[in-house]
Structure formats: structure tokens, C-alpha cells
Design a protein around this ligand. Structure first.
Ligand code: ZN
Length: 327
């Protein structure tokens, strides 16, 4: 299905929805898992929800699909009666923002990187499947912001052009727990939304930023998959860098996308570890990487062409100048 990555956003939404649902069968069953004494992850259809409970109330990261929001709210109430005061969207995809309107109605204030709001607004304008105005984040930021909540600093920071162009991660500095959004799929090939500003290079850089921030004791809530550790992120970065290098070399050697899609020797080692059993299978992953490499190469080639034009312009100016001097 990903062989033609001419995905418009609606199509992408339905694809993600379909994947998410086939992931768990037809009925949503949510699983609330304790990460430490105040932080929980809520798994089930759609992206992982992160939750912090404490005296100040509930702090929430992402809200899955609209149709599951009542069940999600019930799960939250099992731990605390306090209201959800702040909600951070890690990016705009429907399996992370679907519950926004319902959460806003309960008084939660929604935060996101500014591109998330822009993307959601774009959908509101374009599509028949309207996203209500109240689902849009009320507060946006460009690089980062810090919450002082439930006894710790919660650092929200943007990673550039990774899974999308609006990704944020959320780090609970005292708990030493990080929610990565979809920049990290634990133990699976990630989906990179190239159509909406994502890139492989940005994904690798984003995960490298994570490795600088965390340590061996950090608990990591991925966008999808189980809670992981430093080692899991390290493995993902190594995998992405390795596959990128191999696909890049093949691109330079004029191999086509179809040819590269069949080169499963590139991914052998990771396929054996089950990386191809998530949303993105091996072939789709290789095609996605190929597209990302092609985009990178094009911008390099474009720059080289622009540099050449600038040089020619200067050369012409010098010749003209000499001509003028002679006259
Ligand atoms: Zn996503």
C-alpha cells in the first residue's frame, strides 16, 4: 500500500486507522501500565498515551482516536478523580489527536509544536471529515517549553523534520521518563511521514538528541510499542543509520526504488528481530527510506545547481566589467 507514497492526509489517516485496528482486533481494549509511582502509559489502539498523576492534577500526552475517548477517560478516573489540566500532542496524526475535542470540552488545555496546529487546521479546511475548531491546540511553541507540574519539571521539546514536521518529545525530568511520540517505534520499523515534513535524516538526528538527554535508567514511552530503554533507542538509531547508508549507496549506483525494495539482505538482521512485524513491513520500509534518500539527494543537487548559476553570474559580471573598463 505504501508503494505509492502519494498519500494525502486523509488517506494517511485511514491507513493509520486501519493499521491500528488490525493491530488489536476489532474491539479496543486499553491497557493501563504503571511506569513509576506517578506516571502511566495507556496502550491499545492508536499511539501510546502518557499520563502523570499528582497533587496538581493530570498531565496527558496524546489521546488516541475520538471513538475511544470515553473509555480512555474512564481509565484515567481509575487512578485519579482530578481533571486533566494539560494535554500535549506529540504530532498531528489522528491516532494521537483524535480525542482532542472531547478533552478540550472537559477543560484540558492543549499544547503542541506550532506545525501541529497548522497541519490540523489544514485538514479542517480541506476535508469532508471535519475536525472541530476546539480540537486545535490552544497554545503552540516553536522549540520548547517547560511545565512545573506534579512536583517536577516537564520539558517538552521539538525535534525537527523527524516523523513529521511538528514532533515533540516530553521528558519528565525528576521521574526520568521520556515520551518520544512516533519518532521512536520500539523494536519496529518506524513510519516516517515524508509527505508531512518527516525525514529519515531528521529521525536519526532526533533519536541522537534523545541519547544525549537520557541515561541507562531512563524509561522510554515510544509512540507505539512497549516501554523501552536507552539500549532500545540505540538499536533503532543504529538500524536507521545502517539502512540509510546501504540504500544511499544503491541510490548513487542508480538502482531504482523497485530494485531496492527487493534487497532484503539490507534488513535481514533486523527482520530476524521482528522489526518488520509492526505497521511497516520490510518492503514498505525500504521504499520509504529510498524516497527519503531521493529527497535528500535532490536538495543537494539543487544546491549544487544554484551554486553553479551564482558562479556563472559572477564570472559574467567580471567579464562585463572588463568590457566597460576598456570602453
Ligand atoms: Zn504518527
Amino acid at each position: 500500500m505504501f508503494s505509492k507514497l502519494i498519500l494525502n492526509t486523509v488517506f494517511l489517516f485511514s491507513v493509520l486507522t486501519a493499521f491500528a485496528q488490525s493491530d488489536n482486533g476489532q474491539k479496543t481494549h486499553l491497557k493501563l501500565i504503571k511506569v513509576n509511582n506517578k506516571i502511566y502509559v495507556l496502550q491499545g489502539n492508536g499511539g501510546n498515551i502518557g499520563l502523570s498523576f499528582g497533587n496538581d492534577g493530570v498531565f496527558m500526552i496524546d489521546d488516541k482516536f475520538a471513538e475511544d475517548i470515553e473509555q480512555i477517560q474512564e481509565e484515567i478516573k481509575k487512578v485519579s478523580d482530578k481533571p486533566v489540566r494539560f494535554l500535549v500532542n506529540t504530532h498531528f496524526h489522528g491516532d494521537h489527536t483524535g480525542g482532542n475535542a472531547a478533552m478540550a470540552k472537559t477543560g484540558a488545555i492543549i499544547f503542541s509544536q506550532e506545525n501541529v496546529r497548522t497541519r490540523l487546521q489544514g485538514i479542517t479546511r480541506r476535508e469532508t471529515k471535519k475536525i472541530p475548531e476546539e480540537a486545535l491546540p490552544l497554545v503552540t511553541f516553536s522549540e520548547d517549553l517547560t511545565f512545573h507540574f506534579n512536583g517536577e519539571k516537564i520539558y517538552v521539546f521539538h525535534v525537527h523534520n523527524a516523523h513529521t514536521d511538528g514532533d515533540s518529545m516530553v521528558y519528565f525530568t525528576d521521574s526520568n521518563v521520556l515520551h518520544t511520540g512516533d519518532v521512536f517505534f520500539n523494536g519496529k520499523y518506524p513510519f516516517i511521514d515524508i509527505e508531512n515534513g518527516g525525514s529519515l535524516k531528521g529521525s536519526i538526528e532526533g533519536l541522537e538528541k534523545v541519547l544525549l538527554l537520557i541515561n541507562e535508567d531512563t524509561k522510554i514511552i515510544p509512540g507505539h510499542g512497549n516501554v523501552g530503554t536507552y539500549k532500545d533507542v540505540q538499536k533503532s538509531v543504529d538500524m536507521l543509520a545502517f539502512v540509510y547508508k546501504r540504500v544511499y549507496a544503491n541510490y548513487i549506483n542508480k538502482k531504482t526504488e523497485d530494485e531496492v525494495a527487493k534487497m532484503t539482505d539490507i534488513t535481514n538482521e533486523y527482520d530476524a528481530d521482528g522489526y518488520g512485524t509492526g505497521f511497516i513491513g520490510t518492503e514498505a520500509f525500504l521504499r520509504m527510506i529510498y524516497k527519503s534518500v531521493a529527497l535528500d539527494r535532490k536538495s543537494i543537487e539543487n544546491n549544487a545547481e544554484k551554486n553553479k548559476q551564482a558562479r556563472e553570474k559572477v564570472e559574467k559580471m567580471i567579464i562585463d566589467q572588463k568590457q566597460d573598463d576598456r570602453n
